[in-house]
Ligand binder design. Sequence first.
Ligand SMILES: C[S@@+](CC[C@H](N)C(=O)[O-])C[C@H]1O[C@@H](n2cnc3c(N)ncnc32)[C@H](O)[C@@H]1O
Length: 176
Amino acid sequence: MVKHDDYMTPFSAWEDVSAYIPRHLTLWQGFYGDGTSGAHLTELGFDVIHEDVDFFTHDLGECVVTNPPFSELPRVLARLRELGKPFVVIMPCSTLTTRYFRDLFQDIQVIVPRRRIQFRKLVDGVEVPSGRGSFDCLYFCWRLGLPRDVVFLNKDVIRRKLKKIIVIPSPSSTSF
Ligand SMILES: C[S@@+](CC[C@H](N)C(=O)[O-])C[C@H]1O[C@@H](n2cnc3c(N)ncnc32)[C@H](O)[C@@H]1O
């Protein structure tokens, strides 16, 4: 069976949730894809490890922030449980009702995106139209201590929270 796991996360999906990702921890973008996801998180000001290594045999960073291959979710979740680190992981909504998920994570919190995430689909490294193939996904969060178990993202909340967190120095205040 051909696995279609090459769905890259767009910048907007990380930007929207960035106010809830811990800034004091080193992140591990555990699934490399084409490498853009780590670059997006770096651009958002996070300290990120994003290396092209096997997720299942490595243990990097302090908080896993990633979008895993959906065809491997039972294995990915078992490994996340084993690692025991806090995480923000993008997965289909339907994951929540699977038995393997509930057996591992009863104490999950979720962030609901403000719109369906439009992943960039790659086939043999080449971007192709993703069509209607996108999945409805949530950000599954563990051990992050979110204010509520279900957080709905909307534009105003994102803008307000980002304003508080990202203080961009004006060119005149930067001295070299
Ligand atoms: C859904 S894509 C997401 C890529 C990237 N994390 C992002 O957010 O854009 C998942 C990627 O994981 C890769 N992958 C599959 N098994 C892996 C493994 N054992 N270790 C590391 N990467 C793996 C797949 O090739 C695929 O490109």
